[in-house]
Design a protein around this ligand. Structure first.
Ligand SMILES: Cc1cc2nc3c(=O)[nH]c(=O)nc-3n(C[C@H](O)[C@H](O)[C@H](O)COP(=O)(O)O)c2cc1C
Length: 170
């Protein structure tokens, strides 16, 4: 089974989870930033896993990212804004034709809103088949770090996705 894990990440938490999920899936999983996950790069994958942070109770909007750019000097670590947003990536993503999809977010535990649900909804609308419910991984503070145990949980979730795909006969 060929898989990609594509992510939006500004402070590295979502990127770290993406790498752990890919480890859990196995050696055939590639971890790609949004501008690396081109239509050609995902043409022959069986499973797409997509992740982003929850920012402003939402899948990050262009307005939110614009705000981050304007406020970057005040952040303890400047955000990485060098890749397109998950929203923009989803806009440009080709039809799924029944291929598998899963989505996750990194977030503070108590917050309302879900980026992962928005991602999964959009992938489903494109014809991808959700293989699991939207997953969430928790950070301790506004910029991280990830809560202890979340990387291990992400690896386990990646392995679980493989099982879901196998169960569906793909
Ligand atoms: C400006 C800003 C807004 C945020 N808004 C939310 C939010 O609404 N809900 C939430 O759970 N976490 C929120 N967070 C926490 C981020 O979701 C969390 O740090 C995430 O892991 C960042 O991912 P990244 O390191 O991959 O960019 C916010 C963080 C920042 C800096």
């Amino acid at each position: 089974m060929k898989a990609i894990v594509v992510y939006e990440s500004h402070w590295g938490n979502t990127a770290a989870i993406a790498r752990a999920v890919a480890e859990g899936i196995g050696p055939d999983a590639a971890v790609l930033a949004t501008d690396e996950a081109t239509p050609a790069a995902i043409a022959d994958v069986d499973l797409i896993v997509a992740g982003s942070p929850l920012l402003g109770f939402n899948l990050p909007t262009e307005a939110m990212l614009h705000g981050l750019a304007n406020n970057a000097a005040k952040d303890p670590t400047p955000p990485d804004l060098s890749h397109p947003s998950m929203r923009a990536w989803l806009e440009a993503t080709p039809q799924g034709d029944g291929r598998g999809a899963a989505a996750f977010e990194t977030r503070i535990w108590w917050s309302p809103g879900s980026a992962a649900k928005a991602i999964l909804k959009r992938l489903e609308a494109l014809g991808y088949r959700p293989v699991d419910k939207a997953e969430r991984f928790i950070v301790e503070g506004k910029y991280g770090p990830l809560r202890e145990g979340e990387l291990e949980r992400a690896r386990a979730w990646g392995a679980e996705l493989v099982q879901q795909m196998a169960g569906a006969g793909r």
